[in-house]
Design a protein around this ligand. Structure first.
Ligand SMILES: NC(=O)c1ccc[n+]([C@@H]2O[C@H](COP(=O)([O-])OP(=O)(O)OC[C@H]3O[C@@H](n4cnc5c(N)ncnc54)[C@H](O)[C@@H]3O)[C@@H](O)[C@H]2O)c1
Length: 248
């Protein structure tokens, strides 16, 4: 029960990897805020956690909207007294448009970046004062190994997430707030099935461990990065990818 008395906000927790993060943290004692734009699925995740004896609540939150982020912080601190952890996992992914950087519609591109890149900054700016009041905290951003491959605006946003992680680690380190990122490789979620279909299996041929990741594969690293076990680790991007990428 590493996270007893800890309060953690997980964005994009209505399904997929975020759902596994929320459930994994709740199973180790955290009070979890399931933050998402999808109310029905998000409420269901919170209910499932509570049915297993955990503490959770769904809060509707659009990570690209500053007012929505501020409202989430208010509701969370009122309900649980503070915030110790933030997982910036939300992204437009499963229903993402296929297009190129040189042709993508500007309005779509700006909306995409406002969620997939700026959303992590919006949430961090809203949450960090509550962490500071608790004497510190930990933030984990969700990157992707797509940051190291050609993957258009999706990969570009994840490169931004990596940079944001490194820069914010410096701005928040003096407040005892650590900022790290997880870069998953291709992971078997409904969104990946929609995005990549059969092609996802093909990608596993290039990996050291020749299978897709599972949502559960991600949870151990998340718990490590949020816990005291990683108390001197900040500004790092950890690939959880079956040995799929080399970074020199
Ligand atoms: N699945 C993979 O193979 C894979 C690999 C690398 C990185 N990732 C990253 O992991 C994260 C989760 O991926 P997934 O496969 O579970 O995707 P998913 O599409 O199942 O989950 C994303 C969640 O984010 C929510 N969301 C979207 N826009 C939002 C907004 N504006 N505000 C709040 N919530 C919003 C969605 O409703 C959804 O619940 C994403 O950041 C994705 O880029 C996924």
């Amino acid at each position: 029960m590493r996270f007893r008395d800890k309060v953690v906000v997980v964005t994009g927790a209505a399904q997929g990897i975020g759902e596994a993060y929320a459930k994994g943290l709740a199973a180790e004692g955290a009070a979890v805020v399931v933050a998402d734009i999808h109310a029905d699925k998000g409420q269901q995740v919170a209910k499932e956690i509570e049915a297993l004896g955990g503490v959770a609540r769904f809060v509707r939150c659009d990570v690209s909207d500053r007012d929505s982020a501020a409202a989430l912080v208010e509701e969370t601190t009122e309900a649980y007294g503070g915030i110790d952890g933030l997982v910036n996992n939300a992204a437009i992914y499963g229903d993402m448009a296929f297009d190129l950087l040189i042709t993508v519609d500007w309005d779509y591109y700006e909306k995409f970046m406002s969620v997939n890149l700026d959303g992590a900054l919006v949430m961090t700016r809203a949450v960090y004062p509550a962490m500071q009041k608790r004497g510190g905290g930990a933030i984990v951003n969700q990157s992707s190994t797509a940051a190291y491959l050609y993957s258009g605006f999706y990969g570009l946003a994840k490169v931004g997430i990596n940079g944001l992680t490194q820069q914010l680690a410096h701005e928040l380190g003096g407040m005892n707030i650590r900022v790290n990122a997880i870069a998953p490789g291709p992971t078997d979620t409904e969104a990946t099935r929609i995005q990549a279909g059969e092609a996802a299996q093909d990608m596993t041929r290039q990996m050291a461990i020749k299978r897709l990741g599972t949502t559960e594969d991600m949870v151990g690293t998340l718990k490590f990065l949020l816990s005291e076990e990683s108390s001197w680790i900040s500004g790092q991007i950890i690939a959880v990818d079956g040995g799929g990428t080399f970074r020199l």
